[in-house]
Design a protein around this ligand. Structure first.
Ligand code: PLP
Length: 341
């Protein structure tokens, strides 16, 4: 695949797709140690046909963004949280975790090396980083690999969904992860399991599937790649407490922003039977930050939140506050942004 040319990019029309940038980062784990990693211009990975990841699925990943501020400086948002989550995901999947301090340094290196490709301030675009870890050892019997590759690629992306437009979602009869399974790990297998329900939802005209708790199918869990929140009639921010939900860093941040805004945030079990008590709802994740949920359809019954065409006022306030901090337009009172120097 040919390298992306800077002059071919339209900053305000990037979409969310892979572009082959000049540099990626790679480090290799072998003989029980992580070898010194570094930048590479090769955007391919050569693997044995028997590599663990190709058969038994040892893969964990992260997603975070680099933002260009008004003064031209580049910043990451809470990258140490991604470093810690990659470690926890790796532990759940019996993989050699990549050192957290080295993770943050490697993210900075990739941003600096591809700095020309960080979209300009005000374009809505960011440089998306995809750190990931795979079991690379050739293996036939079922076992954890003894060799791993840690890699980060970068690609410029536009605002995931331009503006705050509510979408219609359906509640899935399938599960993305088991009750005591891998739902808390950011691992490819959970996504593989979500593709069929996702396509089914698409075919029926919905943006995506919402999953219920896998044990009882009674409580709200999350979407395939984003956590769920609601605003109660009393004006409180609520988000599901569940062992099978991926701990979103956007969620973790919005819980604090909601506190700052006086929304009394709570992580609680949310019975689907009680979703009509919510006056606004949304999906949270790095890609879109917040996507307002216009409606949820379950067993042919449609539940509408605020409006199917317009984002609610609290959803809008949460979105503007968090993106304001990320873009350097609002004071970063919690020290979440990390300059890339
Ligand atoms: C990555 C992910 C999220 C969002 O997490 P962020 O840290 O906010 O990007 C939510 N749910 C699932 C299943 C995910 O994989």
């Amino acid at each position: 695949m040919a390298k992306e040319k800077l002059e071919d990019l339209e900053w305000t029309n990037l979409g969310f797709k892979y572009r082959d940038l000049p540099y990626s980062f790679q480090a290799v784990y072998k003989d029980g140690v992580w070898q010194e990693g570094g930048l590479t211009e090769d955007s391919t990975i050569v693997l044995s046909e028997a590599a663990q990841v190709l058969h038994y699925g040892q893969e964990v990943f992260e997603g975070l963004k680099a933002y260009r501020w008004k003064d031209g400086s580049l910043h990451l948002f809470r990258p140490e949280e991604n470093a810690a989550r990659l470690r926890r995901s790796a532990e759940r999947m019996s993989m050699a975790p990549y050192p957290e301090d080295k993770f943050v340094e490697a993210c900075k290196e990739v941003v600096k090396a591809n700095a020309d490709f960080v979209p300009p301030y005000g374009s809505g675009g960011t440089l998306y980083l995809r750190p990931f870890l795979i079991g690379s050892e050739p293996i036939v019997g079922v076992d954890a690999a003894q060799e791993y590759i840690f890699r980060i690629y970068a690609t410029p992306v536009g605002a995931y969904i331009n503006g705050l437009h509510p979408a219609a979602y359906m509640v899935s009869a399938y599960d993305r992860a088991a009750h005591a399974g891998t739902g808390r790990a950011k691992t490819s297998g959970n996504y593989a399991a979500s593709l069929y329900p996702h396509e089914l939802a698409k075919k029926l005209g919905y943006a995506d599937a919402l999953y219920l708790d896998p044990r009882e199918h009674k409580y709200v869990d999350e979407f395939g790649g984003a956590n769920f929140f609601g605003i109660t009639k009393e004006g409180n921010f609520v988000t599901p407490k569940s062992v099978s939900v991926l701990p979103s860093i956007t969620k973790k941040s919005l819980l604090v922003v909601a506190q700052d805004l006086g929304l009394n945030p709570q992580e609680v079990r949310i019975p689907f039977d009680e979703v009509d008590d919510l006056v606004e709802a949304g999906a949270m994740g790095t890609a879109a930050v917040i996507s307002p949920v216009g409606s949820l359809t379950y067993n042919d019954e449609k539940h509408v939140f605020y409006s199917e065409t317009e984002a609610g006022p609290i959803t809008t306030k949460l979105y503007e506050t968090l993106t304001g901090i990320q873009n350097g337009d609002l004071p970063d009172t919690h020290n979440w942004t990390v300059p890339v120097e």
